[in-house]
Design a protein around this ligand. Sequence first.
Ligand code: NAD
Length: 505
Amino acid sequence: MLADYQKKLQKELKILKKNGMLKNFINGELKDSVSKDSFELTSPVDGKKICDVTSSNHKDIDKAAKAAAKAFKTWKNIDHKERRDILNRIADNIEKYADEIAVLESYDTGQPIRFTKKAAIRGAANFRYFAEKTIDAANGLSTPDTHHMNFSIRQPIGAVGIITPWNAPFMLSTWKIAPALASGCTVVHKPAEDSPVTAMILAKAAKEAGLPDGVWNVVHGLGHTAGKALTEHEDIKAIAFVGETTTGSHIMRQGADTLKRVHFELGGKNPVIVFDDAEMDRALDAVIFMKYSLNGERCTSSSRLLLHEKVYDTFIKKLLARVKKLKIGNPLDPKTEIGPLIHRGHQEKVLSYAKLAKEEGANILTGGGSPKGKLAEGCYVNPILLDGVTPKMRIGQEEVFGPFLSVFKFKTEAQAIKIANSVRYGLTAYIWTNDTSRAHRIARDVEAGMVWVNSQNVRHLPTPFGGMKYSGIGRDGGEYSFDFYMETKNICIAYGTHTIPKLGS
Ligand code: NAD
């Protein structure tokens, strides 16, 4: 199977090579950046070059933003059924390209193929879901009073900027772009510079589906040049951003002069709380999955495990045995569970947290180094498990964004809540207990935008997705996405029966 995927990858890399540089996609055409600058993209798997990527600045952003603003004039009024059909055709095309998306995403990000194989399916599902919602996107409320009829309608806000991170680039891009298009907005997408490849397959899928030129543009480049220019552009009415909390702060500042509407999905340091009455085997599977899947580079990962003292020793023993058995390897191998991290800098960052953990007095139960031999070419980290962690330690507070799990011990429910809420983040929380009342109490009191009880993160598209505190602003999903991408307009029509005050009579 590894050989099959490697063969597929070689075919895709040949095509990339033949096409030359990864270009911008503006107004339906592939374009080099105005400056002709570029940067080299390498794979975290073996350090080899994947391709050159055009590096854009404010001039390219200006072209893309203007194309999107122009296309908005027609796209916002296109027949809803036609818009729905185009989105459904984009979903069909995404499924058609599932194999190439999977192998390229694995090689570009280091994410194991067992997960990237599902990226196209999930991406297509996002488009299909919002395709159907297109029909209702403009719906509002009717709120009459005695003398007036009030009703609201929703209208798309305009051209929007979408800025995505490197960890799950394909799926996250579809998650943002599908509702924007369904609302009637047009898009300038700036993919992460560390994993930009599959964004071009997405744009190709859209072009082939008959999406009008200019409705969806892709501009490659670095955050402080292309990204910044996008957030400052006058024609861009809103920014949907997924990435680090500090970048969110920059974007808020950058967008202040043009009063950008922002939607932020940021970092997390999410707790999973396991009580002594929980179903231990299911909790164990979920804890491991939610921290070590996607290489731990997952905003919703449960990076802090809070264990009740009565089950602490037995749970840790089983957990340690399983973590030691996680299969590290080439992400194209279907057996691989942990691939390389996105780049050398990130690998070093994660390893530096293992060093810090020792200095802070936590116990490293396993991991912390890198595998030797052939895998040393890539940015691999042996999965890390630590116990004896307290909220005072930096490793108990900061987002590591890797296969790094910190374990805390608690005795009472109040202690568990205190530890869970002791960080600045508030994205997700996971609770394992068979006591229904306790589950309700903790779900109410834990500071997180999303709480799962007796479950790992299972996404249901109509539900609100987003974080509290430093984990984000706003919610995605179903109607919540339309709140962001659309303006609500109230229209008040008098029945002609109300009094109008007379002045100067
Ligand atoms: P990042 O913030 O470094 O980069 C994200 C994107 O922002 C990239 O495209 C980058 O080029 C761009 N960018 C950087 N500086 C910019 C600026 N000044 N102006 C405009 N754009 C700029 O994040 P990352 O390292 O790519 O991704 C990892 C982070 O993303 C983690 O913190 C993770 O928790 C977070 N994340 C959050 C969610 C969520 O749903 N909450 C999902 C996935 C990832």
